[in-house]
Design a protein around this ligand. Structure first.
Ligand code: AMP
Length: 443
C-alpha cells in the first residue's frame, strides 16, 4: 500500500477513541475508525441503536452538559482521541474544554465553529479574504430587511444567522415571500439564531461538497461528494438534512478543483491563521459551481450528513491517523488518502412526514440484505425494552454501497432498501440520477 502510515511510528497511543454524536454520520465515522488495527474500543456518546452493531463499539450514557462528569469519564476510559461530530457541541466550545484538559480533539474550538454558527460572520470572513461568494446584506431588523428587499433588483435568499438544523434558509419566489421569510425569522421561528438575518444574492448552478481535514496550518482533501437536499424526486420539495449522496462527484474536474483550492480553500486556511484561529477539524465547503466559477454557499465546521456516510467506506485504516495528526497540529499536507477504487452512494430512508412533523417508535424489519460492500448506518433508531429496533428520528437509516460504477452502487442500494421496512418508510428513488448511466434522462 502506498504511503502506509501504519508502517511509521505511531504519534501517540490510539487504543480508545471517543465519538460524540448520535446520527448516521457518527456511526460511519466509528465504522471507519474501528478498521484501524491499533484501535481497541470506539465509544460513542450517545450513539444510537445501530452503534451497537459496529465492531469494537460501545455506547456511553452521560450528560454532555455536565463537564466534570464527562472529563472524569474520559479519564477513566483513557480516551486517546475525541472526535466531535455535530455542530452544536462545537459551537458550545466542547473542543476547547477538552483540549484544556489535555485531550486530543478532532473538531474546531468555538472560534473556528463560528464559520458555521454565524452566517454573517462567515460572509464577512469571506469578504475579508476575497473568497468568491454571493453578495450579501446583514440586517438587524425587519425594517432594514424591508428596505433592502424593496430596493433589490435581483432575487434574494433569506437566511437566519445562527444554527437552525439546516432549516434556516429560505429561497423565496417573490418579494412578498422574501419579506414573509424575514418576518418569520425576526418573529422568533429559530429563537436567538434569528436575531440577525442575512439576505443574499440568489446564485445558480450545481452544488458540490468539498471536505478539508485541517490541523490549523495544513490541510488535505477528502474525496468530493454531492448530496440531494430536497425531499422529493427531481430535486423538488422542501430542503431536508439530506436524502442521499454520492462520491466522488464527477462534476468537479481536476481544473475546477484546482480553482477551488486556489480561490477558496487556501484563502480560507490563510484567513483562519490571520485571525489566529487554530482550526483542528474538518472544514466543509458547500459550493455552487456558477457560470462565473465556483462560489461558497456555506461553511460547516463538521462532516456533512449523509456525505460522511458515503465517503467513510472509501477510507482505509489510515483515516484515523489523519484525524490524529489534525488534532496534534502535525499534518504535513502531503499525506495521500488511500481510497478504494470503487465509487460510493448513499440513500436515506426517512419517517413519513419528515422534514416536518413525524411519528417515531415503529418497528424496523431488515430482511435479506446483501452486505458485501454495503453498510447500513442507523441515523435515527433505538431499541424498545424487548430489544426490538425502532424508528427514532426523521432520518432513520442510511444505506450505503460501493461498486465499480454508480449504476451498480444504486442498483444494490435500492435492492437492499426493498428488504427494509417500517411503517411510513420513504426514500427517493432517483439519488445519484446525474451519475447513473442507466437512469432514464428527461429530454
Ligand atoms: P445552506 O444551509 O446555506 O447550505 O443553504 C441550503 C441550500 O439553500 C443550499 O444547499 C442551496 O441549495 C440553497 N442556497 C443557499 N444560499 C443560496 C444562494 N445564495 N443562492 C441560491 N441558493 C442558495
Amino acid at each position: 500500500m502506498s504511503n502506509d502510515l501504519t508502517s511509521t511510528k505511531l504519534l501517540s497511543k490510539l487504543e480508545n477513541i471517543l465519538i460524540i454524536g448520535s446520527g448516521g454520520r457518527e456511526n460511519s465515522l466509528a465504522w471507519a475508525i474501528q478498521k484501524n488495527k491499533f484501535v481497541k474500543k470506539v465509544y460513542l456518546i450517545p450513539g444510537n441503536a445501530g452503534s451497537e452493531r459496529i465492531n469494537k463499539c460501545e455506547r456511553i450514557k452521560i450528560d454532555l452538559n455536565n463537564n466534570n462528569e464527562l472529563v472524569k469519564k474520559l479519564d477513566f476510559l483513557k480516551i486517546d482521541l475525541v472526535v466531535i461530530g455535530p455542530e452544536i457541541p462545537l459551537a458550545n466550545g466542547l473542543a476547547d474544554l477538552l483540549r484544556k484538559k489535555d485531550f486530543k480533539v478532532f473538531g474546531p474550538g468555538k472560534d473556528g465553529a463560528r464559520l458555521e454558527y454565524s452566517k454573517s460572520w462567515a460572509k464577512e470572513f469571506m469578504q475579508d479574504a476575497n473568497i468568491p461568494t454571493a453578495n450579501f446584506w446583514k440586517v438587524n431588523s425587519l425594517e432594514e430587511a424591508k428596505k433592502i428587499i424593496n430596493s433589490s433588483s435581483i432575487p434574494l435568499v433569506v437566511k437566519a444567522d445562527g444554527l437552525a438544523s439546516g432549516k434556516g434558509v429560505f429561497i423565496p419566489d417573490s418579494k412578498d415571500e422574501c419579506f414573509k421569510a424575514a418576518e418569520s425569522i425576526f418573529n422568533g421561528k429559530f429563537g436567538n439564531s434569528g436575531n440577525v438575518v442575512v439576505l443574499e444574492e440568489k446564485i445558480e448552478g450545481p452544488e458540490v461538497s468539498v471536505f478539508a481535514l485541517c490541523d490549523g496550518k495544513k490541510y488535505i482533501l477528502l474525496p468530493t461528494a454531492q448530496d440531494h437536499k430536497r425531499l422529493n424526486e427531481k430535486d423538488k420539495g422542501p430542503n431536508t438534512g439530506g436524502m442521499g449522496a454520492y462520491s466522488p462527484a464527477p462534476l468537479l474536474t481536476e481544473d475546477c478543483l484546482a480553482k477551488i483550492v486556489k480561490e477558496i480553500i487556501e484563502p480560507t486556511i490563510n484567513e483562519l491563521n490571520k485571525k489566529n484561529i487554530d482550526y483542528r477539524g474538518v472544514i466543509y465547503f458547500g459550493l455552487m459551481v456558477t457560470k462565473s466559477g465556483p462560489k461558497v454557499i456555506e461553511y460547516n465546521c463538521r462532516f456533512g450528513d449523509p456525505e460522511c456516510q458515503t465517503i467513510m467506506p472509501l477510507m482505509d485504516q489510515n483515516f484515523l491517523f489523519l484525524l490524529e495528526k489534525c488534532s496534534m497540529g502535525k499534518l504535513t499536507g502531503d499525506e495521500k488518502i488511500n481510497t478504494s477504487d470503487k465509487v460510493s452512494g448513499c440513500v436515506i430512508a426517512t419517517s413519513k412526514g419528515y422534514p416536518h412533523e413525524y411519528k417515531t417508535g415503529y418497528p424496523i424489519n431488515i430482511g435479506n440484505v446483501d452486505s458485501t460492500n454495503c453498510q447500513i448506518f442507523d441515523s435515527g433508531t433505538c431499541f424498545n425494552n424487548k430489544g426490538e429496533l425502532l424508528t427514532d428520528g426523521g432520518r432513520v437509516l442510511s444505506v450505503v454501497c460501493q461498486e465499480k460504477d454508480f449504476d451498480a452502487v444504486f442498483e444494490k442500494a435500492y435492492r437492499n432498501l426493498n428488504e427494509i421496512n417500517f411503517e411510513g418508510i420513504y426514500f427517493r428513488n432517483d439519488i445519484g440520477h446525474q451519475v447513473r448511466k442507466n437512469f432514464p434522462k428527461e429530454n
